[in-house]
Unconditional design. Structure first.
Length: 118
């Protein structure tokens, strides 16, 4: 059974930092790109950041460039999202996604809530 479990969300003041983690287990054999998305109530889910299977290529939404950093530890099947200089608008649920680079099969976690107080 495939599971992606996010953690690290919570309440933080504007300008503060949080580090999210997403641990994957039960994935079929393969190489997986992984990423973070976020979705606020009544809004569409939006891309935040992604990292390729080997960890040497990353992409970021313009809104988080310079403030967020995505990384991964393949030994632990875990990705991280270091979020600095958080803004009050960054209050959605953050979810991680993983996609097999060959089959394009993808899996999603349940998400973790991030609330930034002004």
């Amino acid at each position: 059974q495939v599971q992606l479990v996010e953690s690290g969300g919570g309440l933080v003041q504007a300008g503060g930092s949080l580090r999210l983690s997403c641990a994957a287990s039960g994935l079929p054999s393969g190489n997986y790109d992984m990423g973070w998305f976020r979705q606020a109530p009544e809004e569409e889910r939006e891309f935040v950041a992604s990292i390729n299977w080997s960890g040497d290529t990353t992409y970021y939404a313009d809104s988080v460039k310079g403030r967020f950093t995505i990384s991964r530890d393949n030994h632990k099947n875990t990705i991280y999202l270091q979020m600095n200089s958080l803004k009050p608008e960054n209050t959605p649920i953050y979810s991680c996604d993983t996609e097999d680079i060959n089959t394009k099969e993808d899996y999603w976690g349940q998400g973790t809530q991030v609330t930034v107080s002004s």
